[in-house]
Design a protein around this ligand. Structure first.
Ligand code: PMP
Length: 401
């Protein structure tokens, strides 16, 4: 059967990237991998989850834990999140929160909610690869969100052609892939631009809690509420996640936005999967209530040490012509290599001769540019191996130059 002729046209945009295929080969134990960008499993609060799941399965709780539940999400978890949002200067109520199966699901739903085929999504250049993947199914065009330039709203609107500009998407703190944080002025400018264009802002806060140093910056949503008085008057849609703080395998994230947006997202969720796993939401609620801050403080210490090791190793081993970011948190450092180097070719060589893995940067650009960039993750590698891996990578890059 020729499946292709009955697959819907939107599948044409859903290609497995060559890199993803390449990274599947990384299971071999001798590879030093800076590719993953995933939490260190040794830091999972496994014991706390064991207790939380046991508690959820007692005679008293099992009827809730194992049952269908509402699409909005488990109320005690939403209430805990309301408290968390208040700490970020985002006053809201339970009705402003919907639980999703990871923030990845929120990105899919937001694509579904906002994009007609041919509409424009404004994204970073580079941006989170998984956001491009989620939005691609809804067949958008992409344009470069660049608040640092004085590009006018009219210019963005004109570039959208027949379609409409619908939203600006940003990974705001210690972004995936660059590790950069959008500064206060740029956050304000994005709100100005969105107001002028009359579009939504999707604030991806997946790494928000993982700040190792420096002042926390008020989220875009907090700034918009300060201007407009109430979350229900705001165009910013905040996407949070427990994946980087507690555990990604439970697939629990949330959206915080105006009641109107949440109401429509709830309808999409009802239609898509009814609700996120009840027992997982209960377990996350218990662990968050008991030890969110202490646990996050602990993992930040570990990640900070690894970031420091990677920065020191880059300083020591990289040729002078290589530039990199100095993230204040998160999991990633971004390298800019001299323009003549191609990081996808380097990866192929590196896997063969140096046994070091990373993600070539072009995957994160909606137009496939950035071939001389790469993303390194420091989250999962032990400090001695970080130095060893960066030394090998530095040697490879120096030879290629
Ligand atoms: N946003 C960003 C910026 C991410 O890096 C990730 C995970 N890599 C996600 C969203 C999705 O994470 P999750 O679905 O586990 O919440």
């Amino acid at each position: 059967m020729d499946w292709h002729q009955i697959f819907a046209g939107r599948n044409d945009r859903m290609k497995a990237s060559e890199i993803r295929e390449l990274l599947k080969l990384l299971d071999q134990p001798d590879i030093i991998s800076f590719a993953g960008g995933i939490p260190d499993p040794d830091l999972f609060p496994a014991e706390a989850f064991q207790e939380a799941f046991t508690q959820a399965l007692t005679a008293e709780n099992q009827a809730t834990a194992l049952q269908y539940s509402v699409s909005e999400g488990y109320a005690p978890l939403r209430d805990w999140i309301v408290g968390e949002m208040a700490r970020l200067d985002i006053p809201c109520t339970r009705d402003n929160i919907m639980i999703t199966s990871g923030s990845q699901q929120a990105l899919d739903y937001l694509g579904k909610l906002l994009l007609n085929a041919g509409d424009t999504a404004l994204v970073g250049w580079p941006t989170y690869l998984g956001a491009l993947g989620a939005f691609n199914a809804y067949e958008p065009r992409y344009d470069r969100l660049d608040p640092e330039t004085n590009r006018s709203a009219a210019d963005y609107a004109e570039a959208a052609g027949e379609g409409q500009v619908k939203f600006a998407y940003m990974s705001v703190d210690f972004a995936n892939p660059t590790g950069r944080t959008l500064d206060a002025q740029m956050r304000e400018r994005v709100i100005d631009l969105a107001d002028e264009l009359d579009i939504a802002v999707i604030e991806d806060a997946a790494y928000q809690s993982l700040r190792f140093e420096g002042e926390a910056l008020a989220p875009v949503l907090a700034r918009e509420i300060a201007r407009k008085g109430s979350i229900d008057a705001c165009r910013t849609i905040y996407c949070g996640s427990f994946s980087k703080t507690l555990a990604p395998g439970l697939r629990v994230g949330w959206v915080c936005a105006s009641k109107e947006v949440i109401g429509q997202l709830v309808l999409l969720k009802q239609a898509a999967d009814l609700h996120s796993s009840t027992i997982n939401q209960m377990a996350i609620a218990t662990v968050a209530q008991n030890q969110f801050d202490t646990h996050v403080a602990k993992i930040k210490e570990a990640y900070r040490a690894r970031r420091d090791s990677m920065l020191a190793a880059l300083e020591k081993h990289m040729p002078d012509s290589v530039r990199w970011t100095r993230p204040e948190g998160g999991m990633f450092i971004w390298l800019d290599l001299p323009a003549q180097l191609n990081s996808a070719d380097l990866l192929a060589q590196s896997l063969k001769s140096e046994r070091v893995a990373f993600v070539p940067g072009h995957a994160f650009f909606a137009d496939g540019t950035g071939t001389n960039t790469m993303r390194l993750s420091f989250s999962k590698m032990d400090e001695a191996l970080i130095d060893e891996g960066i030394e090998r990578l530095g040697r490879l890059i120096a030879a290629a130059l």
